[in-house]
Design a protein around this ligand. Structure first.
Ligand code: SAH
Ligand code: SF4
Length: 414
């Protein structure tokens, strides 16, 4: 596997952009209703709309069409009208980095939304295993929540991604992996080898708090799950939240996805510091929402994420308290080795400490709790995502070169 040098991964100098040029909208990422509206705008007769949406859906989401010309079930005339008004463009891939372990990280630039917007940048990470491929998708540009151990929370610019921008991350991943009918993966790429699709699971664990962008996340997951298109099962989607309690039940009812909770502490005084949202929704209310999560059962457990911070939350007493706290909730526990980033105030717990902690959790009946380290050489791991070139400044490079880089990556979803 080729690992691009940091230099090669740096973005190309951006071209001067024409200001206020009318941009043709892309149909890629649209919901059925949005496609319908786009067709209606071309004066397609109302009685044809349903059929036309079905055709576009098939070509875009099942076949991965990048050109209207390949849409042979649609007449030439309509194809030409579509091409005149719309595109099938995906977000621009600014950089692609491939880790030694096959993990891929893409920095994507969304199309500009106004003459003053240079296009939001987000990161998206692909983690291949032999029998599955997990795509870690972002739901916001940046995050408003400022968890003290998370790099994303330090990003100044924050906005919600649209549902189309969330879906487009899956489309780009499938393009780059050659994961469409009649396409092949790039030479030497690590992809699942069980004969199925290369993107099989989605974790909403990239940049942002998905429950602060509920409507767009929900609409995007409806597109991604649709069996006539991308067809990813709802139980193969895991939404991770820092604990937006009032929205948790809706995630179960309306998205029907698996739930992961960023717990990270067993006491409110500490969680208030690590995850400041805890001041609004303390541990007891959060766990109550988990107990009553729609569909929760032993077959559909909630994942509790727990980042291992040296001397902060990693004592044996913490491990025992964690087990006591989760009693009665069908749960999986994911211990995440802390991934340092330039300027972070924490250190990752020692391996012996993580092992002792994990043993206590294991003895209480929770299997394989430590996340497999993935993407350590390309800053692709949890909490390291931050879409600004500053992330590759000297200190980060030093950390990488000295091997202190990212430790944890996930395989949280089933
Ligand atoms: N905002 C959501 C989802 C994105 S973060 C949430 O907080 O759950 C995905 C996971 O990575 C969360 O569990 C988060 O707490 C964890 N994380 C953040 N920064 C990290 C870091 N530096 N090292 C390890 N895990 C981190
Ligand atoms: Fe936001 Fe999640 Fe990072 Fe907290 S851990 S700042 S909620 S992305």
């Amino acid at each position: 596997m080729q690992v691009p040098s940091q230099e090669a991964a740096l973005r190309a100098p951006s071209q001067p952009r024409p200001v206020a040029m009318p941009v043709k909208p892309s149909l890629v990422g649209m919901t059925r209703q949005e496609l319908r509206d786009s067709l209606a705008a071309l004066d397609i007769p109302a009685r044809e709309l349903r059929m036309r949406v079905g055709q576009l859906w098939h070509w875009i989401y099942l076949r991965g069409a990048r050109d209207f010309d390949v849409m042979t079930t649609i007449g030439k005339g309509l194809r030409a009208r579509l091409a005149e008004a719309y595109t099938l463009a995906r977000p621009e891939v600014v950089t692609e980095q491939v880790s030694r372990d096959g993990t891929r990280k893409w920095l994507m630039r969304m199309p500009s939304t106004s003459p003053f917007d240079k296009g939001a940048e987000i990161e998206c990470v692909y983690i291949p295993e032999v029998d599955r491929g997990t795509l870690c998708v972002s739901s916001q540009v940046g995050c408003t929540l400022n968890c003290s151990f998370c790099h994303t929370g330090t990003q100044k610019l924050v906005r919600n991604l649209t549902s189309a921008e969330i879906v487009a991350q899956v489309m780009v991943a499938r393009d780059r992996l050659g994961d469409w009918p009649d396409e092949n993966p790039p030479e030497g790429a690590f992809v699942p080898s069980d004969g199925g699709r290369f993107v099989t699971n989605i974790v909403l664990m990239g940049m942002g708090e998905p429950l602060y962008n509920f409507d767009h996340v929900k609409a995007a997951m409806d597109v991604v799950c649709d069996n006539e298109g991308l067809g990813i099962g709802r139980r193969r989607i895991t939404l991770s939240t820092s604990g937006v309690v009032p929205m948790i039940a809706r995630a179960g009812e309306e998205i029907g996805c698996m739930l992961a909770i960023s717990l990270h502490a067993v006491r409110d005084d500490l969680r208030d510091v690590l995850v400041p949202l805890n001041k609004k929704y303390p541990i007891a209310t959060l766990l109550e929402a988990c107990r009553t999560y729609p569909g929760v059962s032993n077959a559909k457990r909630i994942t509790f994420e727990y980042v291992m911070l040296k001397g902060v939350n990693d004592s044996e007493a913490d491990a025992r308290a964690l087990v006591r706290l989760l009693k009665g909730i069908p749960a999986k526990i994911n211990l995440i080795p802390f991934n340092p980033w330039p300027g972070s105030q924490y250190e990752c717990s020692d391996w012996e400490t993580i092992e002792r902690f994990s043993q206590i959790v294991f003895d209480a009946g929770y299997a394989s709790p430590v996340r497999t380290p993935r993407g350590r050489d390309i800053l692709a791991a949890c909490g390291q995502l931050k879409s600004e070139t500053e992330k590759l400044r000297a200190r980060a490079r030093l950390m990488l070169e000295s091997g202190i880089g990212a430790e944890g990556m996930f395989s949280a979803a089933e």
